[in-house]
Ligand binder design. Structure first.
Ligand code: FMN
Length: 454
């Protein structure tokens, strides 16, 4: 009985994947390739049956019988040849089918033959490895500005206590708030800074506090561009965000070069401070995103394609950030207005830098135009899933997730590899260790607090 079920499920998966590959070829050149490949292997037999003499009809019928009978498992050959024609003869690289991810997703959907989950440990509490980091669970504290540094961007005791508390509370990966690569690129005058070597000792204290309590330490580096709270903000074009923000100065090539070099120096300092993970802020309408969005980038020079700046920044950052350390990018995958970016456009931007050593995408949305977003628990998860499918990279997803049940659902349904819990961790740093008991997860409870355990 079990064998029959496995046999049946294998074939269901097989035909779903065949159908998905066919669907992935929906461009004109993709369909032409499919047609050519089909004609080579099978289509001619139908023509023989329809138009041939008795011999030809016989041969045609035999071939068709073969394909629909014992030859069925070889159908992928038709698809492989079609994909080859699409890519290397018709030069259409639009096809982004990811066989491995699809197979894992189907395994999870059917939940039988072999799932990604390693057994009794709930997936949310499984470890996750990325380059040289190993997370003890799948929960991330996303970057959240605390507006608590002094006006020179130096860390203080508040930052140590704030990040240490979340590490004690069991968060797998803590990504420190947007930290400014340039004094004139700050979101507020109380942002943490990483624009000078003098910031390194304070940042190192934060890293040590996070490490001491068993979490992995990440940092998000940022330039706020036209959303910087300074007298003379810069941006890709002289287009304001609106509200209280003033019109920025359109950046010159020198300004752009300086930003690239500031990102590079910030990456060096982040490494020297001891962070395990580096995240580039290309979301929420800050500078890198401003270049990627048609809403804020009206340039006429080569930087009208925002991917060019992104590539220059990733290249520069990678030259300082060791290749064995994980690098991520936070993106807004959707702007909720038709003039803005779509997940497909953002996936395209990611694919243009993937080869430089980008390891994970942190998926968020909005922030570049004043628009009302209908936010509900998990409202951005579908975007994370889309980016995961289109880029083949692991993703962090989230948005209004306030319980571990929903967080667990997000990872176990394969919508995200890691899940971020933002505001709820501001309210309750100990959410994970307290709710983990509902999952019967064997997690390390902070020793000094054991007598308070429920
Ligand atoms: C106080 C606060 C500060 C934030 N600062 C940042 C930031 O520095 N960088 C960033 O990428 N997102 C920032 N965000 C967005 C969060 O990282 C997160 O994506 C958002 O709050 C949605 O998750 P949540 O619904 O779980 O809070 C901030 C959010 C809050 C509430």
């Amino acid at each position: 009985m079990k064998m029959y079920r496995q046999f049946k499920q294998f074939w269901i998966r097989f035909f779903i994947i065949v159908w998905e590959v066919v669907k992935s070829m929906k461009s004109i050149r993709g369909l032409i390739s499919l047609f050519i490949s089909y004609m080579i292997f099978q289509g001619w037999a139908f023509l023989f049956i329809l138009f041939g003499n008795a011999w030809m009809k016989g041969i045609g019928a035999a071939v068709i019988t073969f394909w629909f009978g014992p030859g069925t498992p070889t159908i992928p050959i038709i698809l492989i040849v079609a994909l080859f024609i699409q890519r290397y003869i018709l030069l259409d690289f639009s096809n982004q089918f990811h066989l491995k991810e699809k197979w894992i997703e189907l395994n999870q959907r059917f939940g039988d033959i072999k799932t990604e989950s390693k057994g009794v440990i709930p997936m949310l509490f499984e470890t996750f490895e990325l380059k040289n980091i190993k997370l003890k669970n799948r929960v991330v504290m996303p970057p959240m500005c605390m507006y608590s540094a002094d006006t020179e961007g130096f860390a203080n005791d508040f930052h140590i206590g704030h990040y240490a508390a979340r590490a004690i509370g069991g968060v797998g990966l803590i990504i420190q708030e947007a930290t400014a690569i340039d004094k004139d690129g700050r979101i507020s005058i109380n942002d943490l800074g990483i624009w000078s070597d003098e910031h390194i000792p304070g940042l190192k204290r934060i890293v040590d506090a996070i490490h001491q309590h068993g979490s992995v330490a990440g940092i998000q580096i940022n330039h706020a561009g036209r959303k910087a709270k300074v007298e003379n903000p810069i941006g890709p074009s002289a287009v304001t965000y609106g509200g209280e923000y003033i019109v920025p100065k359109e950046m010159t090539i020198e300004d752009i070069k300086k930003v690239v070099s500031d990102f590079k120096s910030a990456a060096r300092r982040a490494h020297e401070a001891g962070y395990d993970f580096l995240e580039l802020h290309a979301a929420h309408g800050y500078l890198l995103f401003q270049f990627l969005s048609p809403i804020s980038n009206h340039r006429k020079d080569m930087y009208k394609d925002g991917k060019i700046l992104l590539r220059e920044v990733v290249e520069a950052v990678r030259s300082e950030w060791p290749k064995e350390k994980a690098l991520g990018i936070r993106i807004s995958a959707y702007e909720y207005v038709k003039e803005g970016v779509t997940p497909e456009m953002m996936a395209d931007a990611i694919l243009s830098v993937k080869d430089l050593g980008v390891d994970i995408i942190d998926v968020s949305s909005g922030g570049n135009i004043l628009v009302k977003i209908n936010a509900f628990p998990g409202y951005q998860l579908h975007l994370a899933k889309k980016i995961k499918d289109l880029t083949g990279l692991p993703v962090m997803g989230g948005g209004l997730i306030t319980t571990l049940e929903l967080a667990h659902y997000a990872v176990s349904s394969n919508q995200a590899d890691l899940v971020y819990l933002g505001r709820v961790l501001l309210r309750d740093p100990y959410l994970i260790i307290n709710q983990a008991q509902d999952f019967h997860a064997e997690i390390e409870y902070p020793k000094p607090y054991i007598r308070g355990k429920k």
